[in-house]
Design a protein around this ligand. Structure first.
Ligand SMILES: NC(=O)c1ccc[n+]([C@@H]2O[C@H](COP(=O)([O-])OP(=O)(O)OC[C@H]3O[C@@H](n4cnc5c(N)ncnc54)[C@H](OP(=O)(O)O)[C@@H]3O)[C@@H](O)[C@H]2O)c1
Length: 397
């Protein structure tokens, strides 16, 4: 505890998820450099309890009230304050003793706490891309106005951040955003409708949560990342080339006007960008094995196929239509993915549902948080309505 004065205090939003667990894993290699102030989750009491016992945070948040009661009972003899509800996520993102906030809640639920961390001037380690897709301008303004620092944790954006000039974008001609192509890159396109959730979540290179795994299979993940990159790096989509690179060894590249292309390479392991975010501008041992190029042996590149991956096309179109369309894209995608995981929607109907919501003449850009949340909620209702109509018509058929 002697070193706690120099040690950085961290809140991990979504500590029980894949990114949260990897963050704790990197931190465990550097016990004097970082300590946990708060951990948060939604429902997973068992995992949170184990993390609390190991990390002894000051606060543990379970958004779900019953889950919080269960955790509170299990921790009644420990000196850990258990909180519940969405407001508590914002509370633990703004605490004075917190230096860094790992933003690793999945989906739109991450928006308010991430925004709270930005407003409190924290170093935000941003894994949750959905919040930028929903509120790009508002979020970036909040960061700048409050001297907060943003370190991208998505491996591609982290790679781009490493390859860009230290300040400005002098000489940058293009960002080359790599994508693995997911598990169905070469599957017969006529059989895509038969894909099961189990097949969709089995990513060939990365171990990730269920939602992002399905997003990778549809390539909506890359679509969300194109939008994320536009906001993070103040660039337009025509300057972003998606490059399918099945080995996931190059995590992204930046092209310069002198013909140079800078790339960041490494094994596909999220502990590398997490360690970079924690240590920046220095470097830390992440526990990740060094890349063996002889084992990789070859690097392949392909152009993305919009027919196979209509979600990627929809993301480009939504960005062009404005902020409200990207909120709708994200909301409809979250509903569609959840329905697919519950076996209520076919894999190939995910883009059909999203397009149906986007067709409801969504224009303009909401810049206030209340308007953003209303657009999100309206788009979710439209997506649910589409799903209900679809099941009613199937039941009647
Ligand atoms: N995994 C990756 O390799 C990767 C890479 C790049 C970016 N990302 C991004 O990082 C984020 C997290 O991804 P992940 O793969 O770590 O997801 P995950 O494994 O599904 O974990 C999600 C975390 O969020 C919590 N959560 C879920 N719903 C919530 C809600 N309504 N309110 C509060 N907390 C909630 C979960 O708590 P419970 O466990 O209690 O449900 C869990 O701690 C996503 O935005 C994803 O796009 C992930």
């Amino acid at each position: 505890m002697d070193n706690i004065i120099n040690s950085k205090g961290i809140t991990i939003l979504g500590s029980t998820g894949t990114i949260g667990v990897n963050t704790l894993d990197v931190m465990s290699l550097h016990p004097d450099a970082y300590h946990v102030v708060a951990l948060t989750a939604n429902l997973n009491v068992d995992k949170m309890l184990a993390q609390c016992r190991r990390w002894k945070p000051q606060y543990a948040v379970m958004v779900d009230e019953q889950a919080a009661e269960k955790l509170s009972l299990a921790l009644k003899d420990d000196d850990i304050e258990v909180l519940s509800g969405v407001d508590s996520l914002e509370f633990v993102s703004q605490l004075e003793q917190v230096d860094y906030v790992m933003a690793a809640i999945v989906g739109a639920a991450g928006l308010l706490p991430n925004l709270a961390a930005a407003k409190a001037g924290k170093r935000v380690l941003l894994a949750n891309k959905e919040s930028l897709v929903m509120s790009g301008k508002l979020f970036m303004d909040a960061l700048h106005e409050n001297n907060a620092t943003l370190l991208p944790i998505d491996s591609e954006h982290n790679a781009i951040f490493q390859c860009l000039p230290v300040s400005g974008q002098q000489g940058v001609t293009k960002i080359l955003l790599t994508a693995s192509g997911g598990p169905f890159r070469t599957r017969d396109i006529n059989t895509l409708h038969d894909i099961t959730p189990e097949q969709a979540v089995a990513h060939p290179n990365w171990v990730m949560g269920q939602k992002i795994s399905v997003d990778s299979a549809t390539m909506m993940n890359k679509g969300l990342e194109v939008i994320e990159a536009c906001w993070l790096f103040d660039i337009t989509p025509d300057k972003i080339q998606v490059v399918i690179h099945p080995q996931s060894t190059i995590h992204s590249m930046v092209s310069y006007n002198d013909g140079s292309v800078l790339a960041q390479l490494g094994n596909p392991d999220m502990r590398t960008p997490i360690a970079y975010g924690l240590a920046w501008p220095e470097r830390l041992n992440s526990g990740v094995e060094q890349l063996d190029l002889f084992e990789v042996a070859r690097l392949d590149f392909e152009k993305p196929d919009f027919q196979r991956f209509p979600c990627l096309r929809l993301a480009y179109e939504a960005y062009k239509s404005g902020g409200n369309a990207t909120i709708a894209l994200n909301a409809a995608n979250e509903i569609a993915v959840e329905a697919f995981l519950r076996k209520k929607l076919r894999f190939t109907d995910i883009p059909v549902l999203i397009e149906a919501v986007l067709e409801q003449s969504i224009t303009g850009t909401s810049e206030q948080i209340d308007e953003i949340l209303i657009q999100d909620s309206v788009s979710r209702q439209q997506a649910e309505l589409w799903l209900n109509k679809r099941s009613a018509s199937h039941a009647g058929a």
